[in-house]
Design a protein around this ligand. Structure first.
Ligand code: PLP
Length: 395
């Protein structure tokens, strides 16, 4: 007997993708990607990549090379390590949450000797602890310091300028490696001014693209280290990439259609202006925190100055399941919110407010959250939406 498949339920209106990445891909970027793939060795491709690399440098705030791989952010983590270090080298990694822990795990799997500065996932990277660990390393065995700029699991932004100051104060020559996967193109990041040696990023958040491009920005010291690095690598090797990139080409097949999208999204970011983009995200962060405070709920970050402007991690009261709240909101209001990860699984719900969104998108997201709190029976005071609206309207 023939089986009938029930038709998928049609949901009118646009799905609210308010996870902290992948973020909403703007129509302009979608259209730019919906073109026939071109010859990546042909005459149109090289000039496009040269255009992209020049503008990526502006976004990273560097005059040194920026490289990209057909990969997720995890690939760019690996590329940072294998290009600059030797097997078994010691690295200092700073725990800020789930993604810092994953980067540490990548380093361990590759055979690096990881010295781990622990934290409770509710505070930013502590420059004093970094300085102390480096001062104790009088033999300079530590070759790199790994810090996540914006910890996407906890909604905490760390002060990379202060990390650099701590390294300088310790007089330690380790390379500084910084993950900007959920901060690049959304909050200020100064690759050259903060003397970061390797930046790790990805396409799917502030750059408003689907996942699939991993990015490294480098310093002169990192380039020098890559010339003497003895770690074996093939796919991730910067050397052939840098040579090919000089003329706008790549040593292996690039993600051509994602690059069409990146060409477009960089135009959009620079036309809005980086300062305006940062200011927009600052407003979204503040408006969302005002809503959470009006609800009487707690934020994951305990240190108010460390709250991220790209996402807000809301800490649910004891006895309330963050995943149950997310499920109600998805079913009733067609909005996806970020799950709690690792140690904060079911404790936090993450509201993503980065990438392509405006005041009304944010107010809609906050309204969905507030209605969900009521439906899921999470104790709160109403008025979060009003608090966010008042604040946004006044600015
Ligand atoms: N670093 C941060 C801060 C992230 O948020 C993520 C992913 O969300 C990653 C690294 C890992 O990137 P990917 O999942 O693209 O490999």
């Amino acid at each position: 007997m023939a089986r009938t498949v029930p038709p998928a339920r049609y949901r009118a209106g646009r799905h609210f993708l308010q996870i902290p990445g992948p973020t909403n891909v703007p129509e302009r970027v979608l259209r730019a990607m919906a073109r026939p793939t071109i010859d990546h060795r042909g005459p149109e491709f090289g000039p496009m990549v040269l255009r992209i690399l020049a503008r990526l440098k502006q976004v990273c705030r560097t005059s040194n090379p920026v490289l990209f791989f057909p990969s997720s952010g995890t690939g760019a983590w690996e590329a940072a390590l294998v290009n600059t270090l030797a097997r078994g080298d010691r690295v200092l990694a700073v725990e800020t949450g789930y993604f810092a822990t994953l980067w540490r795990n990548v380093a361990r799997k590759l055979g690096f000797d990881v010295h781990w500065i622990e934290s409770d996932w509710r505070h930013a990277a502590d420059p004093t602890a970094i300085q102390a660990a480096l001062e104790a390393d009088t033999a300079h065995a530590i070759k790199a310091v790994l810090v996540v700029h914006n910890e996407t699991s906890t909604g905490i932004t760390s002060r990379i300028d202060l990390v650099r100051d701590a390294m300088n104060a310790a007089g330690h020559p380790a390379l500084l490696m910084v993950d900007t996967v959920s901060s690049l193109g959304s909050v200020p990041y100064e690759h050259d001014a903060w003397c970061v040696d390797v930046m790790v990023s990805g396409s799917q958040k502030g750059l408003m693209l689907p996942p699939g491009i991993g990015i490294n920005a480098v310093s002169e010291r990192a380039l020098a280290a890559s010339k003497t690095s003895t770690f074996r690598k093939a796919y991730w090797d910067w050397a052939p990439m840098l040579v090919s990139n000089e003329t706008g080409y790549t040593p292996y097949t690039p993600p051509t259609n994602l690059l069409f999208g990146l060409d477009e999204s960089l135009d959009m970011l620079l036309a809005e202006g980086l300062h305006a983009v940062f200011e927009r995200h600052r407003r979204f962060g503040e408006a969302t925190r005002r809503a959470v405070s009006a609800w009487g709920l707690e934020l994951c970050p305990r240190d108010s100055g460390a709250s991220s402007n790209t996402l807000t991690a809301v800490w649910l009261p004891d006895g309330h399941d963050a995943d149950a709240l997310r499920t109600v909101i998805l079913d009733r209001f067609d909005m996806s919110l970020g799950a709690g990860l690792g140690r904060v699984k079911r404790r936090v719900v993450r509201i993503g407010h980065l990438g392509d969104l405006n005041d009304l998108t944010l107010v809609g997201a906050i309204a969905g959250f507030e209605m969900g709190l009521g439906l899921a029976g999470v104790p709160h005071t109403t008025g979060g939406v009003a608090a966010a609206m008042d604040w946004l309207a006044a600015r």
